[in-house]
Design a protein around this ligand. Sequence first.
Ligand SMILES: Cc1ncc(COP(=O)(O)O)c(C=O)c1O
Length: 359
Amino acid sequence: MPEKNIISFTRGVPAPETFPAEKLAVCAQEVLSQESGQILQYGQAAGYKPLREIIAAQSGVALERVMLGQGSLQLFDHVVRMLVKPGDAVLVELPTYDRILTLLRRAGANVIGIDLEEDGISFIHLEKILHSGIHPVLFYLIPDFQNPTGSVMAAVKRRRLMELADQYGFLVVEDAPYRALRYSGSDLPSLFEINPHNVLQLSSFSKLISPGLRVGYAVLPQEIASRVIQFAEDTYINPSYFNQAMAHRFIQKGWLQSHLLELKQLYAKRLDSLMIALDAAMTGKGTWTHPSGGFFVGFFTKQSVDSDHLMKAAEKVGLRLSDGRGFFVQGGQNFIRLPFCALTPAEIESGVRRLAELF
Ligand SMILES: Cc1ncc(COP(=O)(O)O)c(C=O)c1O
């Protein structure tokens, strides 16, 4: 099948036609002509101060707690390298973002998955693990429009989780790159808003402006902030100020708000198309999540499938799928992640029809 006819449900990337290239060119031009002495020089490891100031004000924390990095994944890696020793227990949702599993395994963590329900983690499972004598160092979660399922954690579960974190003394890492991309309904309190002292919140401009900019951030608990920033300095001196200054300029000009509205309008239509296509072609073949935002729908097949066989069969009908097992600590043979933002409604419809042929 020629490459251009292949429909790819693999990577969760933004639609390239949304990249605000001309506006970013204006930002680049302005920051280079007005701030070159600062942005082309070495800087502090925590990142470009004006952007940190915006995030600190939004989050209601002291500037010292805000750190920028080359994407949020890298910041999580710093935290893991600092806090997690080989053998330490780390909790994640099951399934979770595949790169986080790779990063935790690389650090030698004992990664324990907590079953995910449509409205967030199972507390029966979590409490069983906590009562079993396991002392997790941290719990990594994506409460809003989770990767890979699109699920949203219910408010009551968010509060209960923070109570358990206090009681059992583990750090909660809330990854929130999709939180601003809600297409319907209203926001729930973030874990950080519930307990700003015991939550390390990660987020990023990758899904809101462009991943190629590589601008992510962490709001760190006070006790570890200076150590994480020192760790970053010892690793790369400082992240790119040029990119951060561009993102800052984009926000200062008021362009982020209007850009977000455009993204939400476009992506909401694509999510609708996926829901309609799944209803039409996949009813009876499995179950799927019904997210109200983000990038992903999670599809669970009725029976376990051989993932290698499924991916090969998919290629034959011009469909590219990720290996569902990559999102699980163990298992995952019955899972397919369906990212929808970078596909047109016609591609989504055709992709789902091809998927249906496989079952
Ligand atoms: C949950 C989650 N966290 C982090 C990232 C990576 O973000 P960044 O580009 O800021 O490193 C992704 C990218 O897909 C993601 O889905």
